[in-house]
Design a protein around this ligand. Sequence first.
Ligand code: PLP
Length: 422
Amino acid sequence: MEAFRYRADELHCEQVPLQRLVNRYGAPLYVYSQTHIVGQLQQLDAAFCRLDRLICFAVKANSNLSVIRALARSGAGFDTVSGGELRRVVEAGGDPRLCAFAGVGKTSPEIEYALRLGIYCFNVESEPELEMIAAIARRLRRRAPIALRVNPGIDPHTHRYVSTGKHESKFGIPLERALAVYRAARTLGGVEIRGVQMHIGSQITSTAPFVLAIRKMLPLIAQVRALAPGALQFFDIGGGLGIRYRRERPPTAAVFARAVEPYLRGLGLRILLEPGRFLVGNGGVLVTRVLYVKRTPAKQFVITDAAMNDLIRPALYDSYHEILPVRKPRGPRRRMITADVVGPICESGDFFAQGRRLATVATGELLAVMSAGAYGMVMASNYNSRPRPAEVLISGRHVALVRPREKVEELTDCEKIAAWLR
Ligand SMILES: *Cc1c(COP(=O)(O)O)cnc(C)c1O
């Protein structure tokens, strides 16, 4: 996480000390590095420079408008999974013509909205969905560009909650079925075959599953070409490229490209990538204040003002996040403790770390939960009636509050007491 570094014992995001940000905006606070995020996009783009390519940021990883805008300005397309995400891309100034729309449960209003926007492609996940898209397109007198999301049936060796390319997964159309569905698509009015898509899972830390999946898809691509000559424009190899949270050694963009390029080069198709975590994961941290240090006969607990409602990854995926002191302790304070770092929520799953070796901390000090730029704020909730944190974007010395902290009063704004209870 090169964007987050100590200078004179103070943890900074780019040129800005995190302590100063908390003084101004409070804690807990999400802090993002624009330089890191855009840099990751550029690295991936450069790695694939020998191919016709479009990098579509998976908006679900971090859908803050400023993050979307920064990536749009650098030429990114977007992979979206709801009408709400499409709307965000449009609001942030992204180009809908560079948007793919994925997901197993697209609703009719969402499909209609996407068609009217003129998106690049619907990534279709089932035959009934294909028929629905075709019917809506015919009614609107449009042609919907489609790709089938094909499930290649491989195991990416990642957490089972983020594995999507195995036979038993709810995602995509089984490889064996795909050609028949493409055939059906050809005869349906209202749709136009444009691509082939796959996405096998998330936080994949070796190139082998990608290579295996791509190789399994190549015969299908040839068959679709024979079926619909001239129609196929792209092969979308999905997202899922892993990042370093702890000791993982995920492939760099260059290593990844080198591994897959031999199978893609000869196709003469545009290659789409859908990275989420790779672009934003190590571009963000969650800064939190220590409320109490609690000692029980069995354990020590560091209780922070951030909780699982702010960052649910440890509770949901048992994921590891490095936790660093915002001010590096010196001298005798460097003593280490073993503690659970936990939030105030009334759930045993509300932790950021268990049995973690940390430098001693005291009430009022700040900790940074690292690698929190992906699947952090987007999964935040109001559980326990806790307002969601603020988000700040940094670029060099520049600081922007890109989403203010929710206020407790706002949490009940949309609720009404039932008439018979009044
Ligand atoms: C979640 C998702 C992605 C992004 O996954 P990352 O692991 O964050 O890169 C890409 N494509 C699809 C279809 C997804 O569901």
